[in-house]
Design a protein around this ligand. Sequence first.
Ligand SMILES: NC(=O)c1ccc[n+]([C@@H]2O[C@H](COP(=O)([O-])OP(=O)(O)OC[C@H]3O[C@@H](n4cnc5c(N)ncnc54)[C@H](OP(=O)(O)O)[C@@H]3O)[C@@H](O)[C@H]2O)c1
Length: 334
Amino acid sequence: MYTADKKRYETMKYNRCGRSGLLLPGVSLGFWHNFGDTASYANMEKICRTAFDHGITHFDLANNYGPEPGSAEKNLGRILRENFKPYRDELVISTKAGYLMWDGPYGEWGSRKHMLASLDQSLKRLGLEYVDIFYHHRMDPDTPLEETMLALEQAVRSGKSIYAGLSNYDGEHLAQATAILKDLRVPFVINQNRYSIFDRTIENNGFKKTAAKLGMGIIAYSPLDQGLLSDRYLNGIPEDSRIRTDNRFLKESALTEEKLRQIRALNELAAGRGQSLAQMALAWVLKDSDVTSVLVGASRAEQLLDNIKALDNTKFEESELAEIDRICGEKNVQ
Ligand SMILES: NC(=O)c1ccc[n+]([C@@H]2O[C@H](COP(=O)([O-])OP(=O)(O)OC[C@H]3O[C@@H](n4cnc5c(N)ncnc54)[C@H](OP(=O)(O)O)[C@@H]3O)[C@@H](O)[C@H]2O)c1
């Protein structure tokens, strides 16, 4: 029987999600990889216990996380039942709908039909009465935005979700969605977008600025670029790494000579700051208050312990920022 560490809130830093009442840990745990039916249950359970014992109160899922799609929610459901029953009110659990989940015309995108049926399925797999955040997972070019937002409203009004969120939206659609949700008085508090030293899209397309102006939180996913921004690939491709064990989204071809050169240079810079490369990469995402939390994945508990230490130093000298940009061939936009 698991009992959470009494000291779990002593070191974690909690950040306010935009101008909302919701506080999230600086480091959150994602279930995209390593929680499907191909992974070891004992390892998943250990990762979740380690996370919670160190103040990581936020677990992020989606209907389709697996493999098989749905299995990450099912496995977390078991972990919650067997470990976290007394702690439900200390956890923020999110899920999403929008990517392909089941056959036929209602299995994906942003219709009211898809969104609400998917949320019901997720709750069943998780064994929960409600999630804390329900996201629309990706913009739908064909469904009227108002319909999708009304589905989020229904999710919240029915008590099946506490907050609403959007994922992978651009600045223009974020502004439109915010206006609709404000009218509907829906507690829309968070955006989930990809952001890392290697992926500056939300800086370059104005999303980061728009979100800050609207008082919205951002939770940055793949802040380690799926593991590239760590020491994982410095000396070849380990057999237990994501490139070798999964390969659905991170392919060997991503590891070009140029990328490896950048990783090595960043690793040296991190060492000079007294950080691991993973820690520096996470600190970089959190360096200003626009980002509420970094949403990391982990194949083992030790990685989480390494990542949490990023919060000890999220300050950068101007010269360090310029050097990171130079290494990556980026212009600093913010
Ligand atoms: N909304 C969306 O569309 C969307 C899309 C993608 C992801 N997400 C969310 O974001 C979460 C995180 O995404 P991600 O897994 O790509 O994040 P990530 O943190 O960039 O990558 C995680 C991987 O990096 C490696 N790693 C982590 N910590 C490490 C450390 N300290 N040292 C060395 N290697 C380390 C591990 O790889 P190995 O497996 O090789 O050990 C781990 O599986 C997902 O689980 C999901 O919740 C959302």
